[in-house]
Every structure is written in structure tokens, then in C-alpha cells.
Design a protein around this ligand. Sequence first.
Ligand code: HEC
Ligand code: HEC
Ligand code: HEC
Ligand code: HEC
Ligand code: HEC
Length: 204
Amino acid sequence: MKRLILILGLAIFVTGVIVLLPDEPGAANPNHDCSFCHNIHGAPALALLKEEVVETLCLTCHGPAGISTQKADVHTNDSPTQYPLFTITCTGCHDSHNDRDNWLGGTNIRLVGRRLDSTGLAKVNTTSSGIQNTVFESRGTNEGGPSLHSFADGDEDGNSVYDGICEVCHTLTKHHRNNPSGGHVHQVGRTCTRCHEHVTNFIP
Ligand code: HEC
Ligand code: HEC
Ligand code: HEC
Ligand code: HEC
Ligand code: HEC
């Protein structure tokens, strides 16, 4: 009986959410299974998550001791010498569920860009420029991909919008800000994460 109530409860919860948010969650990224993050029974956190803090959840697998071969960390400047201290957590850049379409009509890869409003398009809540669209369709030329719509294409598509995932937030950096100021030629089109590794907070 207890089990039945739980299952009914979950069904009502999930349908309720799907009715409220028509395109969410739909499906998980093919590398993920719902049960990676949610527990039907006795999950401790909101939305039946296995951990209270989403970052802790992601790092159980993507941290050093995790089962995933793909390791990651947050984006931070631990010892702020040039810029005020900042820390961007996993969901600052990634959607929890799926790759999202972007505002140019393509689809982002690597879960980059979140659903932050009713458009459902891939966006980032930037540090100082509000919610912005982001486009990340290619891992760049070092991986044999196109330079356009990669990490930071320096407005290669000529639409005056700096929407690459490695430019969308930056307003102070020497390279790749989200506006025409500063430099936009640093390693353009290359796979930025070759030197700015995910596991070292994207600091070169
Ligand atoms: C990689 C972890 C992860 C996986 C896998 C995952 N979820 Fe989630 N889910 C989350 C997180 C985190 C939230 C809280 C909202 C957020 O931050 O996106 C959430 C929220 C939800 C919600 C509440 C609505 C919402 O979006 O806030 C529902 C319903 C849901 N997930 C269902 C599912 C289903 C069904 C699957 C499998 C198809 C799934 N999730 C797979 C992490 C995950
Ligand atoms: C239970 C383990 C587990 C958890 C929890 C988990 N992941 Fe994963 N994730 C994986 C595995 C496994 C892969 C596939 C790569 C591999 O085989 O190691 C993967 C792949 C990914 C990828 C690459 C997807 C692609 O399209 O190439 C991203 C991005 C990612 N995870 C982000 C996250 C984020 C963000 C969270 C937290 C919201 C999270 N993961 C939680 C296990 C996990
Ligand atoms: C500043 C934005 C940002 C933050 C914060 C961030 N990621 Fe990522 N993540 C990316 C980008 C961009 C890629 C694609 C990297 C590539 O293709 O080389 C990526 C790729 C990944 C991948 C796929 C493997 C890889 O390295 O390509 C995993 C897994 C992942 N992230 C997990 C996480 C987890 C877990 C966190 C939090 C601890 C996190 N990310 C925080 C931007 C971010
Ligand atoms: C969600 C916001 C956000 C995203 C996305 C983001 N950054 Fe940053 N990054 C910041 C902030 C905030 C700073 C501080 C300077 C500023 O505000 O312009 C910064 C600074 C940096 C710095 C200089 C750090 C230092 O102290 O020397 C590097 C390098 C950097 N980012 C690389 C990257 C790379 C590579 C990517 C793409 C994988 C990326 N960033 C994506 C927010 C972001
Ligand atoms: C070959 C290695 C390499 C590649 C590839 C690379 N970078 Fe860098 N990046 C560096 C080094 C080294 C520095 C520090 C020296 C400097 O500022 O030029 C740096 C500095 C930065 C800074 C911080 C500048 C500051 O304000 O201190 C940002 C932002 C940045 N890179 C973004 C990117 C982006 C975006 C890409 C991909 C388009 C990229 N980098 C590709 C090596 C690289």
C-alpha cells in the first residue's frame, strides 16, 4: 500500500510537471539514465534528486573518484589576482537533461546551455549581462570540427552577437568578451579546452 501511494505520488508529480512545462524533461542525454540523478524511493532532495546540491551529484561521477571517464570541475579563479572571485557551477553552463536547440536554429552539444525560460532555448545566466543565448555546436578545429559556432567564434557569423559559451559571460577578460571590446583573435576556432582544461577550472 505504501509503495502504491509512492508510485501514484510520483506519477502525479511527474505529470504535473510535464503539464506545467511542456517540453521538460522529455529525455535524458543518451549518456545518462534518469536513475543516475533521481531516486523514485526516498530521494533526499527536491525533484527527487539523490543529492541536495546538484554540483555534488554531478561530481559523484565526473569528479576524480567517479565512474565517468569524463572528468570535470567548476569554472573558478581560486586565487583572484586579476578579477574578483567567481565560481560557476555545473548548471551555470549545462542543462541537467538534454541538449537544447539554440536561437540560431541549431542544436547545442555536450548539454551546454540551459532552459531558463519558456522558449526552452539554450541559454546561460551570465555573471554580469543577464540571461543570454548561447551557441555551441562544434568542438573546434583541433577536433576536426568547424570553427563556426564553437567555443568562441569571435563573431565569425557576422551577426554582432558574441554568443559562444567561452565569450557569453566575459566582460573583463583580455580575450573573448561578450561585446566588441577587447581582443577576439586569441586562438579563434581552436578547441579551447585543450589548454583551458575542464578539470583545471578552465584556467590555462
Ligand atoms: C544528470 C542528472 C539528471 C538526469 C540524468 C535526469 N535528471 Fe531530472 N533533474 C535533474 C536536476 C538537477 C533537476 C532540477 C532542475 C534542474 O536543475 O534542471 C531535475 C528536475 C527534474 C524534474 C522536475 C522538473 C524540472 O525540470 O525542474 C523532473 C520531472 C525530472 N527531472 C525528470 C527526469 C526524468 C524523467 C529523467 C530521465 C528521462 C531525468 N529527470 C534525468 C537532474 C537529472
Ligand atoms: C551516475 C553517474 C553520473 C552522474 C550523477 C552524472 N553523470 Fe554526466 N555522464 C556520466 C557518464 C557515464 C557519461 C558518459 C561518458 C562516460 O562514459 O564516462 C556522462 C556524460 C556527460 C556529459 C557529456 C554528454 C555528451 O553529450 O557528450 C556531460 C556534459 C555530463 N555528463 C554532465 C553531467 C552533469 C552536468 C551532471 C549533473 C547534473 C552529470 N553529468 C551527472 C555519468 C554521470
Ligand atoms: C563555464 C561553463 C562550464 C561549467 C561551469 C561546467 N562545464 Fe562542463 N563543459 C563545458 C563545455 C564548454 C564543455 C565542452 C568541452 C569540450 O567539448 O571540450 C563541457 C563538457 C563537459 C563534459 C563532457 C566531457 C568533456 O570534457 O568534454 C562533462 C562530463 C562536463 N562538462 C561536466 C561538468 C560538470 C560535472 C561540471 C560541474 C562540476 C561542469 N561540467 C561545469 C562548460 C562548462
Ligand atoms: C557563466 C559565465 C562564464 C562562462 C560561460 C565562461 N566564463 Fe570564463 N569567466 C567568467 C567570469 C565572471 C570571469 C572573470 C572576468 C570577467 O568577468 O570577464 C571569467 C574569467 C575567465 C578567465 C580568466 C581567469 C583569470 O583569473 O585569469 C579565463 C581563462 C576564462 N574565463 C576562460 C573561460 C573559458 C575557456 C570558457 C569556456 C569553456 C569560459 N571562460 C566560460 C565567467 C564565465
Ligand atoms: C594553445 C593553448 C591555448 C588555446 C588553444 C586557447 N588558449 Fe586561452 N589562453 C592561453 C594562455 C597561455 C593564456 C594566458 C596568456 C594570455 O592571456 O594570453 C590564455 C588566456 C585566455 C583568457 C584570459 C585572458 C585574461 O583576461 O587573462 C581567456 C578568456 C581565454 N584564454 C579564452 C580562450 C578561448 C575562448 C579559447 C578558444 C577559442 C582559448 N582561450 C584557446 C592558452 C590557450
